[in-house]
Design a binder for this molecule. Structure first.
Ligand code: SAH
Length: 273
């Protein structure tokens, strides 16, 4: 048999990346191989890449020679630029006629402010496109051996954020409803407020024995997973030293990890994820 010629990008018909437009691209949870092919092709065509702190910088090796890289996240202890400044920057670059790639961790439209950036671009009359990515709340779970749904445990899942724009546990969340609304809760940005969130969920009817997994650096070589229970989490010591970024999974589905866990040191030696 002749060797298989696997060059998926050569024949793919990707949309044109027009000068003066902005593409919001999801980089996935961390492992470089989890970027979509459209995202990969966009990286190789962009003039400027404006990337967030959570983006694995390994994917920036895929930009073309001469492309400009701009970091728009926290770095070296300096505060992150304000959202409004980032948005103005995107608009200015597009108006200079650049192909602007806005690279965000996970999926740009899942707790990533992608919606806000698109609203501003639309208002400014700048053409844009969204390239979805694998969100940490799905891809990260896969790397921890936790199916987001499983017929034996849950027919629904709820994604929520552990803090709002002021850094507090979001008061806009209807906790009495949320606590028992879905058998599985996937909580982004939860680590700092975890004792408070756990106590709130318990006070609103969630069981203390409910299983919890805290996934740090999911899909990256330094991935670590801590398993505990909701009741135990009210003690700040249980979660305070865990590495970030971290995502929290609450629910019976966590127990499948015992059987399905697959991402170990042997597999991690593969650089592409
Ligand atoms: N748009 C992103 C989420 C941005 S909010 C997405 O779709 O994944 C940032 C939060 O995402 C972090 O606080 C953490 O809760 C989660 N997160 C992102 N990458 C992660 C990773 N590799 N491991 C664990 N959590 C991650």
């Amino acid at each position: 048999m002749p060797p298989v010629d696997f060059s998926p990008l050569e024949n793919a018909e990707f949309p044109a990346f027009e000068p003066g437009s902005v593409w919001l691209v999801g980089a996935g949870p961390g492992a470089p191989g989890l970027l979509t092919l459209l995202g990969y092709s966009a990286l190789s065509r962009a003039d400027v890449v404006v990337y967030d702190g959570l983006v694995n910088e390994a994917v920036l090796n895929w930009v073309r020679d001469g492309a400009v890289l701009e970091h728009a996240g926290k770095r070296g202890g300096r505060p992150s630029p304000h959202q409004a400044d980032i948005t103005l920057r995107l608009i200015a670059l597009a108006r200079e006629g650049k192909r602007v790639l806005r690279l965000k961790g996970g999926d740009p439209f899942v707790f990533g402010r992608g919606g806000e950036e698109c609203q501003a671009l639309a208002e400014a009359g700048v053409p844009f496109r969204i390239v979805p990515g694998i969100s940490a709340g799905i891809g990260g779970l896969a790397y921890a051996g936790i199916p987001t749904t499983h017929r034996l445990t849950n027919h629904s899942v709820m994604f929520l954020t552990g803090h709002d724009s002021s850094g507090q546990v979001p008061s806009a969340v209807n906790w009495p409803q949320v606590a028992t609304a879905a058998p599985v809760l996937v909580i982004y940005m939860a680590l700092r407020k975890l004792p408070e969130i756990a106590a709130t969920l318990l006070a609103n009817g969630r069981a203390a024995e409910d299983l919890v997994a805290i996934l740090s650096n999911a899909s990256l070589p330094q991935q670590s997973v801590m398993e505990t229970t909701l009741g135990a989490l009210t003690d700040p010591e249980v979660s305070q030293d865990l590495p970030t970024p971290a995502i929290v999974v609450v629910g019976e589905v966590v127990r499948f990890r015992g059987e399905i866990e697959w991402y170990g040191p042997a597999l991690r030696s593969s650089a592409m994820g």
